[in-house]
Design a protein around this ligand. Structure first.
Ligand SMILES: [Zn+2]
Length: 311
């Protein structure tokens, strides 16, 4: 599968970041807000030096462009061309740091009490940009095959507190908080929240990866249950459901899902939301309810359409 091949090459976090980096801020206000998120969540933001360390190649490519757009400033130290592993970006020239601090209304000496300067994140577009920057510089998301976990880390206590409020205001949910080795950690543990948040950041593919992993886990549980009770008939039902779910995925990937006739789309939605439901249960969910053979017919059409689309 394409997805597995891509994941073997880079971590789930790295592919989520790659997706987020594709969304280059068009407005200067957003570029500034994104840089603000980066600086408050990066390795070091002081009036003597700025240091950003990342393992994301895509973020590494984005950084110099972004700083040029936001501040008209270049980095004093860049990673070597073609460098891999940890990429280090540094600014040490006092006039550059002064220009950056000035853009946020800070003056030298302010750094010990860094906080989220609200005018910078006043517009909705800028709030999203800020959180994108914060995630790129100080965030990570674990592969859903292992665990549901997304987190941001900052060394500034006040920033963590204000970011908590910002998340609550913009996306409507509160992360959990913890401190780890002197740093403040904001984190999410629920698959649906992580998925929603990744979509909000501009990473819909990673978001879908979380939901797919969840479906797969649920189906595996179901399969195990079937094997345990040795019910060949039920396992056939699960197999059919799996085939239907992967057909729906294929149609979505190819943008065909939106184009389906309404009745078929309704069947697809019901199957997706109820991976474990039997045909008669699904048939009863249709509006108006239909017979089991009619339901079977709709699901068969979905599978056939996916086969056609995949050719
Ligand atoms: Zn903006």
């Amino acid at each position: 599968m394409v997805k597995e091949r891509r994941e073997a090459m880079q971590s789930f976090s790295a592919s989520a970041k790659a997706e987020i980096c594709r969304e280059y801020p068009q407005n200067t206000c957003c570029a500034l807000a994104e840089c603000f998120g980066i600086l408050l969540f990066c390795n070091c933001f002081q009036d003597t030096q700025i240091k950003i360390i990342t393992e994301s190649q895509d973020f590494g490519k984005l950084l110099p462009r972004l700083f040029r757009k936001a501040f008209g400033v270049s980095f004093d130290q860049l990673p070597e061309d073609g460098g891999t592993g940890k990429l280090v970006f540094q600014i040490t020239a006092p006039n550059k740091i002064a220009a950056i601090m000035d853009a946020f209304g800070f003056t030298r000496g302010d750094t010990l009490s860094l906080h989220i300067n609200l005018p910078v994140v006043e517009e909705d577009c800028c709030k999203a940009a800020f959180l994108r920057g914060a995630f790129l510089a100080g965030g990570s998301v674990t592969s859903p095959a292992k665990a549901y976990h997304l987190e941001f880390t900052t060394t500034h206590k006040s920033v963590a507190r204000e970011c908590y409020t910002l998340l609550h205001e913009t996306v409507g949910f509160s992360p959990k908080t913890a401190s780890r080795a002197g740093a403040q950690v904001l984190y999410l543990k629920q698959s649906d929240l992580i998925s929603d948040f990744l979509t909000f950041l501009g990473a819909p593919v990673a978001s879908m990866g979380i939901m797919e992993a969840k479906l797969e886990k649920e189906l595996n549980n179901q399969v195990n249950r079937c094997c345990n009770c040795d019910d060949a008939n039920t396992s056939k039902v699960v197999e059919a459901a799996q085939e239907q779910l992967s057909a729906i995925r294929v149609l979505r990937e190819r943008g065909e899902l939106e184009k389906l006739p309404q009745k078929i789309a309704q069947a697809a939605r019901a199957r997706e939301e109820n991976p474990e439901a039997s045909l008669s249960e699904l048939a009863a969910m249709m509006e108006p309810p239909i017979t089991k053979p009619a339901m079977n017919h709709r699901l068969q059409r979905i599978v056939a359409m996916a086969k056609e689309a995949a050719q």
